[in-house]
Design a protein around this ligand. Structure first.
Ligand code: FES
Length: 292
């Protein structure tokens, strides 16, 4: 496949002009649905930023203005949040974010070799996008999938036990529009905008597709059951057995109780935040409710 070199980091439009009336009304209806999930409006900012990405393919200037206006924030406050998290893109993202894990375990298992190969193959580097707007490449930190190292993510779907050649094949097929299925999880890879809408909290009905935890992931649990291995008892309690084992009908029933020694709830104030009048009022109200 001929690879066009990337030109700059801002493929596509920059979206500096405001949304047209129809788009703004549609986004406002979605934003209202998001805001309704929270006791405080400003708590809706994170999913609303994903909503903007679903619309524009990144957190655009007009998207920032929309969030600020809808939530009663300043654009500086919205930008401060959007620049903190790497999942929010400040320039137009490709249709597929290909994230190569080069954290320790994946790196030694071949992640570094995958990264070098796919960079050469696409002619782009970290946080850059192919000229056709299809692939944005990222080095990513551990995906909590080390048992399948080396791992590559495409729009946060797992591609386990990869090789440099298998990843080159995946990106080629994505660029040519062929259907691509992750090795685990969903049946296909959704686009960046489609996934962004899900992250904004709008269900696409695909959450239960495929296998989540495969054989390597549950190997420890299986071994523990086969050998009747139990977690140690909590201090001051007899016997052993994890709470999960107990919940499934076996082993100990020792659970940390709210307010108990192993629970962080209702512990004595130890920080300035704990000692604030609001926190103390909340704790007192909880104690009063129990005594009634
Ligand atoms: S180090 Fe790559 S998934 Fe954990």
């Amino acid at each position: 496949m001929t690879v066009e070199p990337v030109v700059g980091r801002t493929n596509g439009q920059t979206h500096r002009t405001a949304y047209d009336e129809a788009t703004r009304a549609r986004l406002a209806a979605d934003a209202d649905a998001i805001v309704a999930r929270y006791p405080q409006e400003r708590s809706a900012l994170l999913p609303m930023l994903h909503l903007v990405q679903a619309e524009d393919g990144y957190v655009s200037p007009r998207g920032i203005a929309f969030c600020a206006d809808h939530l009663g924030l300043t654009t500086a406050e919205v930008s401060a949040v959007a620049t903190f998290y790497t999942q929010y893109k400040r320039h137009p993202n490709g249709e597929y974010t290909v994230g190569v894990c080069t954290n320790t375990l994946c790196a030694v298992m071949g992640g570094d070799a995958i990264w070098e190969h796919v960079c050469d193959h696409l002619g782009i580097g970290h946080d850059e996008t192919t000229q056709d707007g299809k692939i944005t490449l990222e080095r990513v930190e551990c995906n909590a999938a080390c048992d399948y190292a080396p791992v590559v993510m495409v729009n946060w779907e797992f591609f386990d036990n990869q090789t440099p050649e298998s990843v080159a094949d995946v990106v080629d097929r994505l660029r040519s529009g062929e259907p691509v299925a992750p090795t685990r999880g969903a049946d296909s890879v959704a686009t960046f905008r489609e996934v962004s809408r899900v992250l904004a909290g709008f269900d696409d009905g695909r959450a239960d597709e495929g296998v989540g935890a495969g054989e390597p992931t549950i190997r420890g649990t299986v071994l523990a059951r086969e050998n009747d291995w139990r977690a140690p008892a909590f201090p001051g309690e007899e016997g052993g057995g994890s709470s999960r084992t107990a919940a499934r009908g076996g082993g100990s029933t020792h659970e940390p109780k709210t307010g108990g020694e192993q629970s962080s709830a209702e512990r004595p104030a130890t920080t300035a935040g704990d000692a604030s009048s609001a926190a103390q009022e909340k704790q007192q109200a909880s104690r009063d409710a129990k005594e009634q």
